[in-house]
Design a protein around this ligand. Structure first.
Ligand SMILES: [Zn+2]
Length: 91
């Protein structure tokens, strides 16, 4: 298989300080979601573009960054069992 994507990606691991949900965002960008937003790298907090998928909070979250070997599609979906398409917008 050939691709222009890098053979590594970054896992951004979060814990929402509002509802305690733990979630992971896989990105090809180590600096995601900081693209001129309010993220404070010194505190390890992410705000701005990161919404908690459970409670919708844009507030404080613990944020860990882990560089991972391989391609994102090997992690998501990886070998996971397909669940659903989700909601599609009405046309
Ligand atoms: Zn939350």
């Amino acid at each position: 298989m050939t691709t222009d994507m890098p053979a590594s990606f970054t896992q951004h691991k979060f814990r929402c300080m509002e509802c305690s949900l733990h979630f992971v965002v896989c990105s090809n960008y180590a600096g995601w979601p900081d693209k001129g937003t309010t993220r404070d790298l010194n505190l390890g907090e992410a705000t701005g573009l990161t919404y908690c998928p459970e409670c919708g909070s844009t507030g404080s979250k613990l944020h860990w960054i882990e560089q991972t070997s391989g391609f994102i599609f090997q992690q998501v979906p990886g070998d996971a069992k397909f669940h659903s398409f989700g909601d599609w917008p009405a046309t």
